[in-house]
Design a protein around this ligand. Structure first.
Ligand code: GLA
Length: 745
């Protein structure tokens, strides 16, 4: 469509909107969070405590106008006008804070979309075409000025948290092939400023979820994964805070997360004019996606929100959003059952008899879900063989899994099983039959990781095999839970069966098929829950979270290291999905010894599990475990679904740390306090609670630890928040847990 046609379409649209029946849009009503002001050509979203606005300028370019604290409905926000040019070097496409920039015309910023056409043209000028508002969602269509290529921008809004979801659909209506070289879901423009800091998450195996901050200065920062999956080097989450005085409960924070479990990129750019732009979507590295005429591509969703109540509130908004909008059981996620997993007890040496004994013991401790980890299938006696052959090993389970499953159910527990469906060992029947099913480049080496190769899930036959194998497993066995593991990164990501120019579609199609398998399995087996695990926490993102009920943050179960790991995790993700196990001491990762009390209290910050060899526990240890498990059941709704306050940070190996969770109904608060290492004669800090009702009265009770002798049994919320509580932790690896129950007047 040319410029004249675009302008005419916009004029008709504006007239339609003014008459109350837009050509392509339902009239926006004042009670919906999304409004279109036809006179000013402004789109405005008001949700939670946030207002977000963008407009169409006289060239048809979409410009972000405002993103921040909620404004009054009649506050002026437009019209959108292109910035004045300062010199011949100014690229108008860059100086304008574009909602979604195509690479074409004068533009030097990182574009959202870069394409090349079959005829060699690489210019793309995206201009406003039309909009639709349907069921609280907004779609704005942009169209290239010359070729019939459209981009439909989707906006979803969560009225409770103000978190907005943005994605794009690229449609090729032209007569020639268009190849997408780079495709983002969205760009978020922040108000121009020079005092921003970026907070992000980084890590590696057994050391995930480190929180890092750095000042934003002119130049770019890339958070990304190029490994085919989410990864743990960075997590697809960011928070940008303004001014130097930000902390847990104060300060402006813009934050967001990508819902994608493949290679991803979040590119944060500040230019010399202080404009800050956060562009996220498919990782452009090694990316190429060819659209034939009539084809389209949908990007993942890039969610983002804003608060002026500090990073603590930003996390709570994310948690609430995940619980009410993302998780499969949203808006009412189920509480995590107390789980036992056999991995650290038996590793690959699983068999019917031993697992039954473990199950009996676990049930006596109060465990609610029993999970058999790796080793139950194929020729799986070590990590050298068997992956891909999802049939029960009859030497280990002569009568199949049924006797064990019946036993577990008879003991009142649900039954779960470990699977790693996307992988294959070269030493497996599957690989011997289908050596062409793995990611590979013809004639090149197939690099192994943990003696395994990655199945090319992008292939329809591989997708169908994986789906059918799991479907059969779930049909033939009464299983309630799958621990879905994924234990290596991609290498040699070729797809030799496709034309060379289509092979890089693997980055997109693989993940689409993974989601498709999980979606279909869940539909067919609605009673089955899934955990996302990737050698620890390397596949945690809002995409996988939409299809799984819980995630495994790290293979590192040392309860002291876990304090930082769990703290970092909580910046982006809810405790409701964070599984934490009590395992043996000394810990297998770092050989640190710790008391069973410390291990339980650390694990009770999330979904409690036990991964130790409980057959070795003494009667005294059994009794300790039983009492913690029982106590946990009384507080888990608060811990998993409540509002989390990070009171003292364990980051940077800090000696003291504390978290508090406040129940959704405000009737209970749970405090966990930890001391890694006492120093000299220093007293443990007084803990000041947060988020209580000042006027209400709360009675405290200890799950573990000791309060100072003068601690009142009952006091006001104001007292616990401002006077605080002294727990007197001492020595090394000491911990306390305190419950505050609201007293009925
Ligand atoms: C990965 C997981 C572990 C365990 C093993 C089994 O390492 O993170 O918890 O399941 O695989 O092989």
């Amino acid at each position: 469509m040319n410029r004249a046609k675009t302008t005419m379409a916009a004029a008709v649209l504006a007239l339609g909107a003014w008459l109350g029946s837009s050509v392509s849009a339902a009239p926006s009503r004042p009670d919906t969070p999304i409004h279109y002001d036809a006179a000013q050509r402004i789109f405005r979203i008001d949700a939670g405590k946030v207002t977000y606005a963008f407009g169409v300028d006289h060239d048809g370019v979409l410009q972000t106008l405002y993103w921040g604290s909620r404004l009054a409905p009649d506050d002026p926000l437009g019209p959108a006008t292109p910035p004045a040019s300062r010199s011949s070097f100014d690229a108008i496409g860059s100086n304008t804070p574009q909602e979604y920039a195509g690479w074409g015309g004068p533009i030097t910023v990182m574009p959202d979309l870069k394409v090349h056409f079959a005829d060699g043209n690489r210019d793309l000028l995206l201009r406003y075409d039309s909009y639709k508002i349907n069921n609280g969602n907004l779609q704005v269509t942009l169209r290239d000025l010359h070729a019939d290529v459209t981009v439909v921008l989707n906006y979803t809004v969560d009225p409770a948290t103000g978190i907005i979801g943005r994605s794009a659909r690229i449609e090729n209506h032209a007569k020639q092939t268009v190849t997408l070289d780079r495709v983002a879901a969205a760009s978020w423009n922040l108000p121009p400023a020079t005092d921003y800091s970026l907070r992000y998450l980084t890590g590696t195996w057994a050391s995930e979820w480190h929180v890092r901050t750095r000042a934003l200065t002119p130049g770019a920062t890339d958070l990304e994964s190029r490994r085919g999956s989410t990864g743990d080097e960075n997590n697809p989450w960011f928070a940008i805070e303004r001014g130097g005085d930000w902390n847990e409960s104060h300060g402006h924070v813009w934050f967001g997360a990508l819902a994608w479990s493949g290679s991803w990129s979040i590119h944060i750019d500040q230019d010399i004019l202080s404009q800050v732009r956060v562009t996220g979507g498919f990782n452009p590295f090694d990316f190429s996606y060819r659209l034939e005429p009539g084809q389209s591509l949908d990007t993942p969703v890039f969610y983002a929100g804003y608060t002026d109540d500090g990073i603590g509130e930003a996390s709570r908004l994310m948690h609430r959003f995940e619980l009410t909008r993302i998780l499969p059981a949203a808006p009412k996620p189920k509480l995590r059952p107390v789980l036992y997993n056999s991995w650290e007890a038996t590793e690959f040496k699983v068999n019917d008899q031993d697992q039954q004994r473990l199950a009996e013991k676990a049930a006596k401790l109060g465990v609610e879900r029993f999970v058999v980890d790796d080793g139950w299938f194929g020729a799986r006696n070590s990590d050298h063989a068997g992956l891909g052959d999802w049939v029960v090993n009859r030497e280990k389970f002569p009568n199949g899994l049924k006797p064990l499953i019946d036993k577990v159910h008879g003991l009142g527990m649900s039954f779960g099983l470990w699977v790693e469906p996307e992988m294959v060992n070269p030493d497996s029947d599957l690989y011997r039959q289908h050596p062409d099913w793995v990611l590979n480049f013809t004639g090149r080496q197939r690099s192994e990781g943990r003696h395994q190769l990655v199945l090319n899930l992008a292939r329809d036959d591989v997708r169908d095999y994986v789906f059918n194998a799991l479907d059969k497993l779930l049909k033939e066995n009464d299983i309630q839970f799958l621990k879905w593991d994924y234990n290596r990164n991609w290498s040699e990501p070729g797809w030799p069966q496709l034309a060379p120019e289509d092979q890089q579609k693997v980055y997109v199609t693989y993940v689409q098929h993974l989601y498709d398998i999980m979606r279909r399995l869940r539909a067919r087996h609605p009673g089955v829950e899934i955990e996302s695990c990737s050698g620890g926490g390397a596949r945690v993102d809002l995409g996988i979270m939409g299809l799984t009920d819980e995630v495994w943050p790290s293979d590192n179960t040392d309860p002291s290291d876990r304090l930082s790991i769990q703290d970092g995790f909580s910046y982006a993700y809810a405790p409701a999905v964070m599984m934490s196990w009590v395992t043996g001491s000394p810990n297998w990762v770092n050989k640190r010894s710790s008391s069973l009390d410390f291990r339980f209290l650390s694990s009770m910050q999330g979904g409690l599990g036990i991964g130790a060899n409980i057959m070795e526990w003494t009667p005294a240890e059994d009794a300790t475990a039983r009492s913690y498990i029982e106590a946990y059941k009384g507080i888990r709704a608060t811990v998993q679904l409540g509002r989390l306050y990070r009171l003292l940070s364990p980051q940077e190996r800090a000696p003291y740390s504390a978290t508090e969770s406040v129940a959704a109904d405000g009737n209970q608060a749970v405090l966990f306090a930890f001391l890694r290492q006492g120093q000299e004669a220093q007293a443990y800090p007084t803990i000041h609670l947060q988020g209580l009702d000042s006027a209400a009265r709360y009675r405290y009770r200890l799950i573990h630890g000791k309060a100072a002798a003068d601690t009142p049994a009952v006091a006001s919320g104001a007292y616990w928040m401002h006077h605080g509580i002294d727990l007197g932790l001492r020595g090394d690896l000491d911990a306390a847990a305190v419950v505050f129950d609201r007293v009925r007047p």
